[in-house]
Ligand binder design. Structure first.
Ligand code: SAM
Length: 336
């Protein structure tokens, strides 16, 4: 199926003809395959990786590995035992954004089928807690199956409206919103998703994301961290959502140092294109940029994390969480 015409037109308009065409061509390519190992269950990791045909590490995730091709996972007992999770490398990036959450409480507000939930479960460890919520009951049962299979015993699955979780005011150290979106990032992996795309659905998704983020913000502790991610390139969602959020939450987000100008990235006309296939974010997310050296500052498509300061007093947050907000995280030195 062809890419939606309005989508292709917008991409060319946003990125310029060369980069826009390159993105459209990439969406017709073969998607890479990657897995994330379960550190406590994978046994002899080297043997497992050889058997799966691993060909390289995911630079931003210690347990992430690319495979040369897609094996028949369903025939592999180790897959059913939860020794690894089949997860796109880009999805593994949220582990980098969430930071050190060992022993903390993480809310995964839009969690099914549970890829990121299992990552958070490994990161919080036995002393931590992940509340994995999925609004759709049918999908929540798939989530529960995957959580059981992962077997860390530190995940509670719920099937609520985000509002019900928002009632846990100021309770979570980190809240993840892997938002329901227009899915432009799925055009390569799932050609049928091209037929489901429409400009009307983009608007619907953007409004839905705004509502979810309000509840996520309520549930987040002062000094906690919010992660917003999508699998779309759409500006009305990604950057637009963060800009709209800043309009109502801006007072609670601490001012942060002006980002240095980076010569390392190859920004296109809209400033969205960055090194190694990552997209730079728009003005709102860039305003969250931390004071890292410019060469290390880049961003993942549609991915933002921010840490509000003390929400009520305006005082800087104490403790291990720095007080500035993160635009979209840093890449490890090996790829910066
Ligand atoms: N985080 C998941 C993972 O890594 O496997 C993927 C989540 S998927 C991108 C977004 C999820 O949000 C879907 O499961 C969808 O059912 C759910 N969702 C849809 N509408 C929602 C709403 N109004 N509030 C909260 N979640 C919603």
């Amino acid at each position: 199926m062809e890419l939606p015409v309005a989508f292709a037109g917008r991409v060319v308009c946003d990125l310029g003809p060369e980069e826009g065409a390159a993105l459209c061509a990439a969406l017709d390519g073969v998607p890479p395959v990657s897995v994330r190992l379960h550190p406590a269950k994978c046994g002899d990791a080297g043997a497992l990786l050889r058997r799966l045909g691993a060909c390289g590490r995911v630079p931003w995730c210690a347990d992430g590995h690319y495979l040369t091709e897609r094996p028949q996972f369903t025939f592999d007992p180790a897959f059913h035992a939860g020794a690894y999770y089949v997860q796109e490398a880009a999805s593994q990036f949220v582990g980098r954004l969430v930071g050190d959450v060992a022993g903390r409480r993480v809310l995964d507000l839009c969690a099914a089928p549970g890829g990121k939930t299992t990552l958070y479960a490994s990161l919080v460890g036995p002393e931590g807690l992940v509340v994995a919520n999925e609004i759709d009951r049918r999908r929540a049962s798939v989530l529960a199956d995957n959580v059981r299979k992962w077997g860390t015993g530190n995940v509670a699955v719920t099937a609520c409206e985000p509002k019900a979780l928002g009632e846990f005011e100021n309770w979570f150290d980190a809240v993840a919103v892997d938002a329901p979106c227009s899915g432009e990032g799925m055009f390569r992996k799932d050609p049928a998703s091209r037929g489901e795309w429409s400009e009307g659905n983009v608007r619907l998704c953007a409004a839905r994301q705004d509502a979810i983020l309000r509840e996520a913000w309520r549930a987040l502790k002062p000094g906690g961290r919010l992660i917003y991610s999508t699998c779309t390139f759409n500006r009305d969602e990604d950057e637009g959502t963060l800009e709209r959020m800043l309009a109502w939450a801006g007072d609670e987000v601490p001012p942060c140092p002006k980002p240095e100008r980076s010569g390392a990235s190859s920004a296109g006309r809209s400033g969205r294109s960055g090194p190694i296939g990552f997209s730079r974010t728009g003005p709102a997310a860039r305003a969250f940029s931390p004071p890292w050296p410019a060469s290390r500052r880049t961003s993942a498509a549609g991915c933002g994390a921010l840490r509000p300061a003390e929400r009520f007093s305006g005082r800087p947050t104490k403790g291990p969480w720095p007080n500035w907000a993160v635009g979209c995280g840093s890449l490890p030195p090996c790829v910066s």
